[in-house]
Design a protein around this ligand. Structure first.
Ligand code: GUE
Length: 279
């Protein structure tokens, strides 16, 4: 298939460069760049993702620290734990796995991440940076999406990008990064009227809904670039892939957006470690 847009090679290249920079950091300081992951509750999919992030970190010469909190954890307890990591000189990056249980104020928890350790790009500080094209740290999946578009030579400026989904770690920041690159951006969500009509006008579709095969093939304009950022059970994307073969380019699931997400996370963790030395 010629229209396939895998992310595996790109991710490998990003991780390779990050691991070289991690080795340089270790040679200079005797320490490894360290990523702290925090997970609340025991959702099996979340546990799997976090384990994957740790494995990739170790392979690339990073250190990882994991904090697992019970699902009854209060906002105050979670904020206190994240502040502790923000103040810990051995930790360079912090990732709080989204979503957290419903009784927790997730925004408050994200804001407890020190801006210079926000390697997952979830704080309001990072969001403002993304919307002004001043990217200290970007949200990892949206950042990976932009890298993919660039790697495949997809022009962004002047194109109509339709983002389906407005989550704090995916749809919303993806829209900001595309806007910063001069796309005309439409953000759609669960209350959007005439979603298929809007998607049909898209040159670039970013599917970030979290519902398996939600985006129908007939919604896709022939030749459009389709980025499937869905990660549903059984490694199924948000796009009905088999019926979207008239797309100009389309990311597979797995092997598309997922690997680039983790690559950007590792890259930004190593960058955070180096920046702390320069600070
Ligand atoms: N604060 C926060 N930041 C995140 O970045 C974040 C999060 N919360 N919550 C959960 C989602 C999910 N996520 C994935 C990352 C990589 C793959 C990935 O690499 N998937 C492989 C397949 C993995 C497999 O083989 O099982 C692929 O697409 O090829 C998937 C999902 C990051 N997330």
């Amino acid at each position: 298939m010629t229209n396939l847009m895998p992310g595996t090679e790109l991710a490998r290249a990003i991780v390779q460069r990050a691991s070289e920079k991690a080795a340089d950091y270790t040679a200079r300081t005797g320490r490894k760049p360290c990523l702290a992951t925090v997970i609340v509750g025991d959702d099996p999919a979340s546990v799997t993702y976090v384990r994957m992030k740790q494995n990739r970190s170790h392979k690339a010469g990073l250190e990882s620290r994991h904090v697992a909190l019970p699902s009854e954890t209060t906002t105050e307890e979670l904020v206190a734990k994240i502040r502790e990591l923000s103040d810990d000189p051995e930790v360079h990056g912090i990732l709080l796995q989204h979503p957290v249980p419903g009784h927790i104020d997730e925004r408050a928890a994200f804001e407890a991440i020190a801006p210079h350790k926000d390697v997952d790009g979830v704080t309001m500080h990072s969001f403002a940076g993304m919307s002004f094209g001043h990217n200290e740290f970007v949200s990892c999946t949206p950042g990976g999406i932009i890298r993919l578009l660039d790697a495949y030579g997809v022009e962004i400026a002047g194109k109509h990008a339709v983002v389906i989904g407005r989550s704090p770690i995916l749809g919303k920041p993806a829209a900001m990064l595309l806007l910063a690159r001069d796309a005309t951006v439409t953000i759609c969500h669960s209350k959007t009227a005439d979603l298929p009509e809007i998607v049909r006008t898209a040159d670039i579709v970013v599917a970030a809904v979290g519902k398996a095969r939600f985006v129908q093939g007939e919604w896709i304009k022939p030749g459009a670039v389709v980025i499937d950022a869905g990660y549903n059970e059984g490694n199924v994307g948000d796009v009905d892939f088999d019926k979207a073969q008239h797309a100009g380019l389309i990311t597979p699931v797995p092997g598309g957006v997922g690997p680039t997400t983790i690559a950007v996370l590792l890259e930004q963790t190593v960058a955070a470690a180096w920046r702390e030395l320069d600070a």
